[in-house]
Design a protein. Structure first.
Length: 142
């Protein structure tokens, strides 16, 4: 029994790397979207504080409720936007389009530790190769 032959064609290897990066972008986007929904509990608590469903002896509870709602809303919106951009970058990697957008999103993905950081670094390393940039320029349908 022998090991399967590895692709020796550099262009084929680069295409395979882009395909794998695309898949991993979808996975990290799903994880980012899921984790960005964690503050929903803060949103619910804040709405309950504002509406008076939570009895609080402190009259400033409504102000704290507004803080909870604002913080949770901003965090959820930013997280879902980032997840959307990561998923869209995965699609662009698959189609070999929007090289600059993929670079920017890879840099932003580095903020999401640990998986986004690994994905961002590998994406940046792959996309900065001149032969990969040429693949984006030669993509079909341009």
């Amino acid at each position: 029994m022998h090991a399967p032959a590895l692709a020796t064609d550099p262009a084929a290897q680069d295409l395979e790397h882009l395909r794998l990066l695309s898949i991993f972008h979808y996975i990290v986007a799903a994880m980012t979207g899921l984790f960005s929904l964690f503050p929903v509990i803060h949103l619910v608590i804040g709405i309950a504080m504002i509406s008076g469903r939570i009895d609080a002896p402190d009259p400033d509870a409504r102000l704290a409720g507004w803080f909870f709602v604002a913080f949770a809303s901003v965090f959820i919106a930013c997280g879902m936007t980032l997840a959307g951009f990561i998923a869209y970058a995965g699609r662009c990697l698959r189609r070999r389009r929007r090289h600059t957008l993929c670079l920017v999103v890879a840099g932003l993905a580095c903020m999401i530790m640990p998986f986004g950081t690994v994905l961002g670094v590998f994406t940046l390393v792959t996309l900065t190769k001149p032969q990969v940039k040429a693949l984006f320029a030669d993509a079909p349908g341009r």
